[in-house]
Design a protein around this ligand. Structure first.
Ligand code: BMP
Length: 267
């Protein structure tokens, strides 16, 4: 596992340019916070991204929840990602056969591949989905694009456990050039073969909240501190930040908690 190495070291050693960029951004901004910006109008989304952009390394979107998605949504997000230096992660959770997913990634009204640095997927249908997304990335003329595999889920009763989680990791390891890591609640070191020590899959953790245990639909939270102690690298937080009375104060609190915990675990 690479979780005891500094992000600076991991940035230096990583084979994937997007992962290198991400680790370097984290060091520069002293933040491992991914803001889950689950707002439903373009104005609210861009306003939040502008105010909180300085404190985050990645902005995670659910672009299909916007009631007024249009070209300005993407122009605005792209401009803010440059202004504040953060990456964009569309939480699309692709799950279909490769042929369909390729069209969903490249085309449609959303044209996700054009603007999202990172997208995620589930391996329910087997490795063909990764093959298809990788082909789009490799054939495209945009250099910084990467995939995350949804290896676990935070909601109560999730079926993404055990052999499913292990299969997610095995498939990630088949595509190390485009799969930069996975979304999981913890390090999953029991599934990772430590023989090949040039591997460095990045762990993104959802379900992070300082002041709540969960919601009425089965969401289950851990804190930034417990997530980092469990081997997470990047903390994804939504309502804990954007629904706080003062989102700017909240993002600073999550950033400090995440960064302190990161500092505490590196060698
Ligand atoms: P919140 O912090 O407000 O609970 O939001 C969590 C975000 O992470 C949501 O956008 C949700 O879709 C996403 N998510 C999750 O909560 N659990 C998972 O297992 C995977 C997710 O992508």
């Amino acid at each position: 596992s690479k979780s005891r190495l500094s992000f600076a070291k991991r940035a230096e050693q990583h084979r994937n340019p997007l992962a290198r960029h991400l680790f370097a951004l984290a060091e520069k901004k002293q933040s491992n916070v991914v803001l889950s910006a689950d707002l439903t109008t373009t104005n609210d989304l861009l306003d939040l991204a502008d105010r909180l952009g300085p404190y985050i390394v990645v902005l995670k979107t659910h672009i299909d929840i916007l009631s007024d998605f249009n070209d300005d949504t993407i122009a605005g997000l792209t401009e803010l990602s440059k202004k504040h230096d953060f990456l964009i992660f569309e939480d699309r959770k692709f799950v279909d056969i490769g042929n369909t997913v390729q069209k969903q990634y490249k085309g449609g009204v959303l044209r996700i591949h054009d603007w999202a640095h990172i997208v995620n997927l589930s391996v329910l249908a087997g490795p063909g989905i990764v093959h298809a997304l990788e082909e789009t990335i490799k054939n495209g003329d945009i250099s910084e694009r990467g995939l995350l595999i949804l290896a676990e889920m935070t909601s109560k009763g999730s079926l993404a456990t055990g052999s499913y989680t292990k299969a997610s990791i095995d498939i990630a390891r088949m595509y190390p050039e485009t799969v930069m890591g996975w979304v999981a609640t913890r390090e999953l070191s029991q599934f990772v073969d430590s023989k090949t020590d040039d591997e460095d899959f990045v762990v993104f953790t959802t379900g992070v909240n300082i002041s709540s245990q969960g919601d009425t639909f089965g969401q289950q939270y851990q804190t930034p501190t417990t997530a980092m102690a469990g081997g997470s690298d990047f903390l994804i937080a939504g309502r804990g930040i954007y629904a706080a009375a003062d989102p700017v104060a909240a993002v600073q609190e999550y950033r400090k908690a995440g960064w302190d915990a990161y500092k505490a675990r590196i060698e």
